[in-house]
Ligand binder design. Structure first.
Ligand SMILES: Nc1ncnc2c1ncn2[C@@H]1O[C@H](COP(=O)(O)OP(=O)(O)OP(=O)(O)O)[C@@H](O)[C@H]1O
Length: 435
């Protein structure tokens, strides 16, 4: 199967849009790599460059170790599946799947066998004689997959193949696709803006923002130890609690993280304390996922935060409490204008930004984060007063289903200090040796 390497790839469109900014990614033999990021971050452009449908402005694309920048698309042994897959309406399912084989002049007998094999693997063997308009959405997408698979490509490129389907079908096909491509052992690059899809399907996830690669790693790595504040905010549900904290060092004893009304203490023998101590007198961002917080009895000893429940959300299998702990939240602001978006104020990134804003911990925002990229973004996420809106943090805490607590009452939560994440004011992870 095919390996893919992007080396320092940049794509600048004719109108000056920087869609992809110095991205390097390796996709190993048989690996399922998911490219994740909001609309407009450059995912599809990466995919189109790998397919040979766009030329990189600078940088190299290697397929199986060979420079492929000038290789025509049809010589790349690549099959693509898109969101808007187009089936030929006048052809039967069998003919749709077998079409690429007909183009490559495969004998009708061999063609029939391969179509039957692929159709049975996809669970559509019984609808081969039907026309596309006699199929459900899920079946149509399976036919599109079948047409891609039947050519036995070395590499699959999938661009949001499930986004037109309803959520039940998405979950079903998600499992089917990842099972199938692993069975076939075909290297795959799969583009999505859905973090749950990425975390459940990928061998590794590459997270992009505004054309810049933010992080690459296994789902466990990028979720458990995100490289940047942006990645921390993008992955997980509920989203990670991101709080502004002032750092005070008590040499050889502990580091105080002042969250406003309350403090947490990082003991000096915690390996991360020294890294955080560099920020003495400054503000950093402390990240804590809901699973790092456990409700405890009032006045319990240890690393405990106390707050008033602003509201509760019941999700059936669990409930979420949102606590006012007198802290300030930092929210990743997707509405910040990307260089790539400057020409289109009302573009998809902006619209998606509104959605993220609503979803991100119920908009519990204080310091709107404008620039969060790895070190190349120099703008502070904490000190850009012209663009901030400040609100109290609402700390998301997981509770049992329909717990015996009410809004307005107080709740204490113990904090797993080893599960905290620390980011500097540019959004880069602080703790050393972090992965
Ligand atoms: N032909 C083009 N000319 C100019 N700008 C373009 C062109 N194609 C894409 N762009 C811009 O490049 C940026 C990246 O687009 P791309 O389609 O790669 O993003 P994406 O992450 O795949 O988004 P989506 O999920 O909405 O498809 C966007 O700002 C887009 O407007």
């Amino acid at each position: 199967m095919t390996t893919v390497a992007l080396k320092d790839v940049t794509k600048i469109f004719q109108d000056g849009t920087v869609a992809v900014d110095n991205v390097s990614i390796d996709v190993n033999d048989g690996e399922f790599m998911v490219l994740l990021g909001p609309s407009g971050c450059g995912k599809s452009t990466v995919l189109r460059m790998v397919a040979g449908l766009e030329d990189p402005t600078t940088g190299a694309i290697l397929l199986d170790g060979d420079l492929a920048n000038d290789l025509p698309p049809r010589e790349r042994r690549i099959a693509m599946v898109f969101q808007d897959f187009a089936l030929y309406p006048h052809m039967s399912v069998g003919d749709n799947i077998g079409f690429p084989l007909r183009l490559s002049r495969v004998e009708p007998m061999a063609r029939g066998e391969r179509v039957a094999d692929v159709a049975s693997a996809l669970g559509i063997g019984d609808v081969l004689a039907r026309k596309p308009n006699q199929l459900s959405g899920g079946q149509r997408q399976r036919v599109a997959m079948g047409r891609a698979i039947v050519r036995r490509p070395g590499l699959f490129l999938m661009d949001e193949p499930l986004s037109n389907l309803d959520s039940g079908l998405r979950a079903e096909l998600r499992a089917e696709i990842s099972g199938l491509v692993r069975e076939l052992g075909v290297s795959t690059i799969y583009v999505t803006h859905d973090q749950a899809e990425a975390l459940t399907m990928a061998d590794r996830v590459a997270i992009m923002r505004r054309g810049v690669l933010q992080d690459v790693g296994t789902p466990t790595q990028v979720y458990g130890r995100p490289a940047t504040l942006y990645v921390a905010a993008f992955l997980g549900s509920p989203r990670m609690n991101l709080l502004e904290a002032s750092v005070y060092v008590h040499l050889d004893r502990y580091v105080t993280l002042n969250l406003g009304d309350q403090n947490l203490y990082l003991p000096w023998d915690d390996i991360r304390a020294r890294a955080v101590a560099h920020y003495h007198g400054e503000r950093i961002v402390v990240g804590m996922r809901a699973e790092a917080l456990t409700p405890v009895a009032p006045n319990s000893p240890g690393d405990v935060l106390q707050g008033r429940i602003r509201y509760l959300e019941h999700h059936g299998h669990e409930s979420l409490a949102f606590l006012d702990i007198g802290a300030t939240a930092v929210v990743v602001d997707e509405m910040g204008q990307a260089p790539a978006e400057q020409a289109s104020e009302g573009g998809p990134l902006r619209r998606f930004g509104h959605a993220v804003q609503r979803l991100t911990n119920r908009g519990a925002s204080a310091a709107a984060v404008q620039e969060l990229g790895p070190s190349r973004s120099r703008t502070s996420v904490l000190s850009d007063p012209g663009r901030h809106h400040r609100r109290p943090a609402e700390l998301a805490v997981r509770l049992a289903p329909y717990p015996n607590v009410q809004s307005g009452t107080s709740l204490s939560v113990s904090v797993r200090m080893d599960a905290l994440h620390f980011f500097d004011d540019r959004g880069d992870r602080i703790d050393v040796g972090w992965r």
